[in-house]
Design a protein around this ligand. Structure first.
Ligand SMILES: NC(=O)C1=CN([C@@H]2O[C@H](COP(=O)(O)OP(=O)(O)OC[C@H]3O[C@@H](n4cnc5c(N)ncnc54)[C@H](OP(=O)(O)O)[C@@H]3O)[C@@H](O)[C@H]2O)C=CC1
Ligand SMILES: O=C(O)C(=O)[C@@H](O)[C@H](O)[C@H](O)CO
Length: 335
């Protein structure tokens, strides 16, 4: 008998086909008020879930006593209550690496668009304001040769550093809890404290995961430390900053501008003051999304799911302990 899995993410046909070959698939195109009760009902004998950003908490787990694995089609997994999953032996997996370059491209796109005021100038052309020589009040600022501070120099941070250093001759500062020797050697990145990075950078790019440590990492104090000419880019998660403090920073001109892919609340509320600033360039949390990369993320997530269901250690297992609890201890294998 095939094992039952629930799919709650939009999924490309070839990946759905792969899952069908291996599992009995219950597919929810969308989880909303109407479909949620049926989803909860299906959980009772479900072994695996394939989802993107699904909140996996005690409530969900209480309804899923047979669950072995939740495969996230995303590298960030702040949607998981990891402690709760691990204590119940439910494996958690994500999709690192395959989206590094796509997300780094998006971060650079935001950086360039904000610095050179591309959306404003696009409107300038399209609304017929272009009559002669463009006045210098519309000019942006240079990117090449400037200092970029990357907070969170991991897989994606390093891909951003590569582009900025090799492509735009930028000096790179970075801050992590530990050093990234590869980034230092390959792209001349220099480690510094968070405060030093904020004070010295022309561009500050936030690229950490959202954790209890990074929640509200940047607030009023940190925005005030930045240069008045600094441009802030956030492609991590909305809650890594205090959004109301970013709004104050822009209102009071503590910083020059911001480029944002992520928000405290998503989809962002139309009344959010951030949407009113001409010097804020916005994207709808699409940094990691191109069709090719999304397909690769889905394929990886599907492989992780099947590996977990068939007793293999999933390639991108996040909580090792859960694997040993359910898979190895259950069949008597030694750690
Ligand atoms: N907008 C989008 O579409 C996308 C957003 N993302 C977001 O980007 C995040 C990063 O992805 P990825 O690069 O693959 O992750 P990595 O784990 O490779 O990198 C994260 C980096 O953050 C650093 N970090 C973690 N905690 C802290 C802390 N408390 N203080 C300072 N630095 C810290 C880590 O270094 P150290 O451990 O040494 O501190 C590491 O270098 C994801 O978790 C996700 O939230 C990812 C893809 C797309
Ligand atoms: O992988 C991550 O952590 C991401 O943030 C992205 O890939 C989104 O999941 C995706 O863009 C859907 O919003």
């Amino acid at each position: 008998m095939k094992l039952k899995v629930i799919v709650t993410a939009k999924i490309y046909d070839e990946v759905l086909e792969y899952l069908h070959q291996n599992c009995e698939v219950i597919y929810f195109n969308e989880l909303n008020e109407e479909t949620y009760p049926a989803f909860i009902e299906q959980l009772s004998d479900t072994k695996g879930i394939f989802s993107m950003g699904l909140k996996v908490d005690r409530f969900l787990l209480n309804h899923a006593p047979q669950l072995k694995i939740v495969s996230n089609v995303s590298v960030g997994y702040d949607n998981f209550d990891l402690a709760e999953m691990t204590s119940r032996g439910v494996m958690a997996t994500n999709t690192p690496e395959v989206l590094n370059d796509t997300t780094a491209d998006a971060a650079l796109a935001l950086l360039l668009a904000t610095a050179r005021r591309i959306p404003e100038l696009d409107q300038y052309v399209k609304t017929g304001k272009w009559h002669g020589l463009v006045e210098d009040e519309w000019f942006g600022v240079d990117v090449y040769g400037k200092t970029l501070g990357i907070i969170g120099m991991g897989r994606i941070g390093t891909a951003i550093a590569k582009r900025a250093h090799l492509g735009f001759d930028m000096n790179i500062l970075y801050h992590n809890r530990s050093c990234n020797i590869e980034a230092e050697n390959l792209y001349s990145c220099k480690y510094c404290s968070l405060d030093e990075l904020l004070q010295k950078s022309d561009f500050v790019c936030l690229m950490t995961p959202l954790t209890s440590e990074t929640k509200y990492l940047l607030g009023k104090r940190e925005f005030k430390l930045m240069k008045e000419t600094a441009i802030f880019i956030n492609v991590s998660r909305g809650q890594t900053i205090r959004e109301k403090d970013l709004i104050s920073a822009l209102q009071n001109k503590w910083i020059l501008a911001a480029g944002l892919d992520v928000y405290e609340q998503e989809p962002v509320d139309l009344g959010n003051p951030l949407l009113k600033f001409p010097n804020v360039v916005t994207l709808p949390h699409i940094g990691g999304a191109t069709k090719k990369t999304r397909l690769n993320m889905m394929k990886l997530a599907a492989e992780n799911l099947i590996q977990g269901l068939t007793g293999e250690r999933p390639k991108n297992l996040i909580n090792e302990q859960a694997y040993w609890m359910k898979t190895c201890l259950a069949d008597g294998r030694e750690k």
